[in-house]
Write a protein that binds this ligand. Structure first.
Ligand SMILES: Cc1ncc(COP(=O)(O)O)c(C=O)c1O
Length: 389
């Protein structure tokens, strides 16, 4: 068994999540950024130490050792056959979003995305010359769903050249089904729109759901798709900057690579290379334990809220370790809810309104943390809600 209950002193280690950006966050329990608190898998630590012991830190390339580790993982874990030549590495998935926008659209063209969603989606579209067109996710009978009628209405616009998919979806926690993905593929093919699929959370899939890479559905869909993955979320190693971007279509891959090259940040460093290889080749046992731990955290939150906090609503978590909590019954707007959580409950969540106006009234809670932190958060919530009456 791994030491998942061990609390590292992350403030001493300069962890981003531990450092308040404003006075109200001081002393509030940090349950915000998608960053696990677990000590990383021992084989990753051992492999990094072994490599760093060699005082040779010159330019380092990716060899078959690297590509085999990545493609074997995709095959073993997700039954997706990929080839080394499809992969371009980038120092992260957000970086790849910007590269994809520049590779696919001309300035002033449109990109459709689905809020509420990870804030850099909109930002990277706009900061790279695109017009971000929302097609919001809807809550239908207690489940978040895509609105395919609205989506098609947006994709039909000839100025729309790219669609940003998030699978699994941060923050609503859906793992899109084959049927939903096939429908997206069909619409994008029909309207000649390319797909950027941010699959960074693809391994974090809870029991009952199955992750499908949209590119695996058919050669035609693969031909229009850029799939962004990384071992960073899965293995709690996002401090290394890494991303594996899969593009089967050669022309699309060349377009993407020429943008990457134009920025001068075309490769990842020794630490990212070694950590990726160790994670994919030797980290699976650790990850399976983490997944069970997250599943138990999720069950605890659902049960506690159902039993004791009737003002709040949760949804079945299919993927990601991020719990999307509906607090709208409290009758507070986004900023008021933020104030309540920071000042009354002393909890630092990711604020729903930062994911787009559709997220106002929601909070996003990180479940990739020790059980004691989840329990403490729930206790603080209960006290603050009781005091509110
Ligand atoms: C959906 C999604 N994409 C990308 C990222 C960040 O990716 P990176 O650190 O590789 O840029 C996150 C981090 O929370 C995320 O949730």
């Amino acid at each position: 068994m791994s030491n998942l209950n061990t609390q590292l002193d992350r403030a001493q280690l300069d962890a981003e999540k531990m450092h308040p950006r404003e006075p109200r966050q001081q002393g509030a329990i940090p349950m915000w950024v998608a960053d696990m608190d677990f000590p990383a898998a021992e084989p990753i630590r051992a492999s990094l130490l072994k490599r760093m012991e060699q005082p040779s830190y010159g330019y380092t390339g990716k060899t078959a050792r690297y590509y085999d580790a990545v493609t074997d993982w995709m095959k073993r874990r997700h039954q997706w056959d990929t080839k080394a030549e499809w992969i371009t590495t980038t120092p992260g998935v957000v970086t790849a979003m910007g590269f994809a926008v520049r590779a696919v659209i001309s300035p002033g063209e449109k990109v459709v995305y689905q809020p509420p969603v990870y804030p850099p989606f909109k930002r990277m579209i706009e900061q790279n010359g695109g017009i971000a067109v929302p097609s919001p996710i809807k809550l239908v009978d207690g489940q978040f769903q895509m609105d395919f009628d609205d989506l098609e209405a947006q994709l039909r616009d000839p100025e729309v050249k790219l669609f940003f998919l998030c699978n699994p979806h941060n923050p609503v926690g859906r793992v899109w089904t084959r049927e939903e993905l096939a429908k997206i593929g069909e619409l994008c093919l029909k309207h000649q729109v390319k797909i950027f699929s941010d699959d960074i959370h693809h391994d974090i899939v809870l029991s009952g759901s199955t992750y499908t890479p949209i590119a695996s559905l058919s050669p035609d869909i693969s031909g229009i798709t850029i799939t962004a993955t990384s071992p960073s979320k899965t293995f709690s190693i996002p401090g290394f900057k890494m991303g594996n971007i899969f593009i089967e279509n050669k022309a699309l891959r060349q377009a993407f690579r020429s943008v990457v090259e134009s920025t001068g940040v075309s490769d990842i460093d020794i630490g990212a290379i070694e950590a990726t290889i160790a994670a994919y080749n030797e980290g699976e046992t650790w990850f399976n334990e983490v997944l069970q731990y997250i599943e138990a955290n999720n069950a605890l939150v659902d049960q506690f809220i159902a039993d004791k906090l009737p003002q709040l609503t949760t949804f079945p978590l299919e993927g990601t370790y991020l719990k999307w909590i509906d607090c709208r019954a409290l009758g507070l707007n986004g900023k008021e809810l933020e104030g309540f959580m920071l000042e009354q409950a002393n909890i630092w969540f990711s604020e729903g309104y930062t994911f787009g106006e559709e997220g106002a009234g929601f909070e996003r809670m990180n479940l990739g943390t020790q059980r004691s932190n989840v329990e403490e958060t729930l206790a603080r919530l209960e006290r603050a809600l009781q005091a509110r009456g």
